[in-house]
Write a protein that binds this ligand. Structure first.
Ligand SMILES: [Zn+2]
Length: 620
């Protein structure tokens, strides 16, 4: 089998892209797919990722490796044991980094370090008890120094007890389509080889996606690499891209990789440590970053800020309140001995990255990540261009994963605001579900229309006045689909309004509650009775999540327990996070009503974490 796969990959190199694509389809449908799906069941996967909160394409999540839990988005400061600037211990104690990255190849090549690592383990060598990721040295091959077989470095990473290792990929220089394709195919062969070398189950491994910024090659690479049991996928960013500030190519690489690998797999951007670009990369769905930029910039006399990297000669002030800047005078800094200055700059730069990561995580919590990205994009025209490209190329993806309603208002933050997925999707729904060109005033309190502060002319309301029944029916159509409103909410309902604000609060049929209107975003929250009515109106599987499992599990959901992703048998694939959903058993009998945490296409694919937060179970 192994021989056959390698032979196949060799043949692929000789074909045109069109032929290759056609072939690939047959390839999956035949031997390769069958053999490797059996293989996949055999290999135990070490790491399970779960989403806790989200915004844009970003995932605030967590995973556990060797008993240690880390939160994503995760930044790994890179430590080079040959050129120590900030020790791993200081990274942990002063900055709170629970995970770092170092290079297994550098340790392997240095006899003293190698012996110590083999004797004391990587954690002993680094004097660090957090999570250690190690790179394998593939990047060093750019410099032509590499004489390394994958077997040596995979075994070495296992022998020194790393937490997360990286396969030895074949990087590309991002020069041409052919050169990138070569690297995709050679890396896939290495992936196959890796799967025969891996011996220790507790170590998590990263597989590497190649393909430059060519969407079709990235797709090919993701499909090939997904056949192996990697825990995380890392994207090989050709140095050429970041050296020339080509953020657009970097973003397109990330976006296409994210769209083509399982949502359950964390995605790692190799070597990305410029704080300017981190928020954009998180927004497209990158989960892990590593970089030595804080130290590399420091050696070059450069100081990171939120609006770009400055040379210290340019600085008359230190625009930062980190502990090292507060205790430093800018005049002193300029005349400081080089070695001391490098230490100062490295410490400041690392604080800067930490602050940006915290700002990003807080923005996800508040659902205003796109606005943070838009602000950062003002620091460099190339960054703004890449954001616009990301909005366009990622539209179908963001439409599926960006939450349907948000905690924060949508603020106008520049021309590209009209490309924001929340806004485009909402306007598309008005057209498709309500058949209107202009937004009915009935939606003037519903997200995002009621919560947006935009330039005039972006939102065009029809200016008509609607009575309460018409209003609530239009909201139901917007939320659940064409013509749902008139069936869900009959003529004889009682609409309860707030005495204080005069706004609609609850909808009743006689003494039975159908639903309530959420004051913050104007969406309908269904009662069980409302969910039953909706289920009768909508054809399966619309807005449904089907749970499978034993009686005990079904009983838990009926009593109001959340639905875990791994118990989702199937669902409406078009469900968007934060949508109101109906939870049913395999026979389409109602179990509960709640809100989606995952997108429909993600449900069942995550082995850990909640797919639907249940508000009310039928036997509660
Ligand atoms: Zn500072």
């Amino acid at each position: 089998m192994e021989f056959m796969v390698s032979l196949y990959l060799n043949q692929m190199k000789m074909r045109s892209w069109g032929e290759l694509r056609r072939d690939l389809k047959t390839f999956y449908e035949n031997a390769y797919y069958t053999a490797f799906s059996i293989f996949s069941l055999k290999g135990g996967l070490t790491l399970e990722f779960e989403i806790k909160d989200r915004d844009a394409g970003a995932r605030l999540g967590r995973f556990k490796v060797k008993g240690r839990v880390v939160e994503t988005p995760l930044f790994l400061p890179v430590y080079n044991p040959n050129i120590p600037v900030i020790t791993p211990n200081e990274m942990k104690e002063k900055y709170g980094f629970k995970a770092i990255m170092t290079n297994a190849y550098i340790i392997y090549k240095n006899e003293v370090l190698r012996d110590k690592a083999l004797k004391e383990g990587i954690h002993g060598l680094l004097n660090f008890d957090g999570v250690v990721f190690t790179d394998s040295g593939a990047y060093q091959s750019f410099k032509g120094k590499l004489e390394l077989r994958q077997e040596e470095i995979v075994k070495f990473q296992e022998n020194i007890g790393v937490d997360v290792g990286v396969m030895l990929d074949v990087p590309s220089r991002g020069e041409s389509f052919e050169e990138c394709r070569e690297s995709v195919i050679e890396t896939a062969k290495r992936g196959e080889e890796w799967s025969t070398l891996r011996a220790r189950e507790e170590i998590a491994w990263e597989g590497v996606i190649q393909g430059g910024a060519y969407p079709e090659l990235l797709e090919l690479s993701c499909k090939l690499m997904s056949k192996f049991d990697f825990d995380i996928f890392a994207v090989g960013v050709p140095p050429k891209y970041w050296m020339s500030y080509d953020f657009e190519l970097i973003a397109i690489q990330g976006l296409n990789s994210r769209m083509n690998i399982s949502p359950e797999k964390p995605l790692h951007a190799f070597g990305m440590g410029n704080p300017l670009v981190l928020s954009l990369l998180v927004a497209i769905g990158y989960d892990v970053f590593d970089s030595a930029s804080y130290a590399i910039y420091a050696k070059d006399g450069r100081y990171m800020t939120e609006w770009g990297v400055k040379r210290i000669e340019e600085l008359d002030y230190l625009p930062c309140d980190c502990p090292v800047c507060l205790s430093m005078d800018v005049g002193e800094l300029k005349i400081m001995a080089r070695e001391e200055r490098v230490k100062f700059l490295a410490r400041h730069n690392l604080y800067m990255i930490l602050r940006e990561m915290n700002a990003i995580k807080q923005a996800i919590r508040e659902n205003r990540l796109w606005e943070l990205v838009q602000q950062r994009a003002r620091a460099h025209p190339k960054l703004l261009e890449s954001l616009i490209r990301v909005f366009k190329d990622g539209w179908n993806y963001f439409k599926a994963v960006d939450p349907i309603r948000k905690r924060a208002a949508l603020f106008y933050s520049g021309e590209e605001t009209t490309l924001r997925p929340e806004l485009k999707r909402a306007l598309e729904r008005v057209k498709e579900r309500l058949g209107c060109d202009r937004i009915p005033s009935a939606l003037s309190e519903t997200y995002p229309f009621g919560q947006s502060i935009l330039k005039s002319g972006i939102l065009n309301f029809d200016g008509k006045s609607y009575d309460d029944l018409e209003k609530i029916r239009i909201i139901a159509d917007y939320q659940f689909g064409s013509e749902v409103g008139s069936k869900l909410i009959p003529e004889d309902v009682f609409i309860e309004k707030s005495k204080r604000t005069g706004r609609i609060r609850r909808i009743w049929i006689g003494d039975t509650l159908i639903g309530a209107l959420r004051p913050s975003d104007g969406f309908i929250s269904l009662s069980l009775e409302g969910a039953l009515r909706l289920k009768k109106i909508l054809q399966p599987p619309k807005y449904r999540v089907y749970v499978s499992g034993n009686d005990k599990l079904i009983q838990m959901v009926k009593s109001g327990g959340d639905v875990f992703s791994r118990f989702v048998a199937k669902c409406d694939l078009e469900i968007v996070p934060k949508e109101e959903v109906i939870v049913v058993d395999q026979n389409d009998s109602l179990l509960a009503v709640g809100q989606a945490v995952l997108a429909g296409f993600e449900m069942g694919r995550f082995r850990r974490g909640v797919a639907v937060k249940v508000r009310k179970g039928v036997e509660e």
